[in-house]
Design a protein. Structure first.
Length: 171
């Protein structure tokens, strides 16, 4: 379907679902809806760095700033930022019908299949090579705690559906 047709179907489905919700009926699902499968990891390196920095800051400069409240607030905020980053800001990979989505430093980033050069499974990581500026998205089993055995079949299907080369380099 063309994009204009997909937008029209999505808009009409949303309007119909609002009407059905008011009448107490179950909503219908659109045939063109993008079912996104979301895989969530857990980043541990940067939060650990923040917690260690806060502890080192508190331990090494204790004699200089003993009575200063800002000293304790700064150390506590670095510690809380590390805890927040560990539990709340988790890395993810969303595999949709026509897009891949992940979280980067500057927010969520989405790419379409025509922007992907190839997808590779290497020992301990999945690498998505982008065409623009030869960038790479790397989803690591060690650093980001992703379950690669669960993600790879979905990425392989995505690559086959959009004729993207998918390599398994498990040597």
């Amino acid at each position: 379907m063309s994009r204009k047709w997909e937008r029209m179907v999505r808009k009409n489905t949303n309007v119909l679902n609002k009407q059905r919700k008011k009448l107490g009926q179950k909503p219908i699902s659109s045939a063109s809806s993008d079912e996104t499968i979301r895989f969530v990891g857990r980043s541990w390196f940067f939060p650990l760095l923040l917690v260690v920095f806060s502890l080192l800051f508190l331990l090494t400069t204790y004699d200089l700033y003993n009575g200063d409240l800002v000293y304790w607030v700064t150390g506590a905020l670095y510690f809380l930022l590390g805890v927040f980053w560990y539990f709340v800001r988790r890395p993810f990979l969303g595999i949709g019908r026509n897009q891949l989505t992940t979280r980067r430093w500057n927010g969520d980033q989405t790419i379409r299949p025509d922007e992907i050069d190839q997808i590779s499974l290497v020992p301990g990581a999945i690498v998505i090579q982008l065409k623009t500026k030869k960038q790479r998205w790397v989803f690591n089993q060690f650093m980001q705690r992703f379950n690669l055995d669960e993600i790879w079949p979905h990425l392989r299907d995505f690559a086959a559906r959009h004729r993207i080369p998918a390599n398994e380099n498990l040597k």
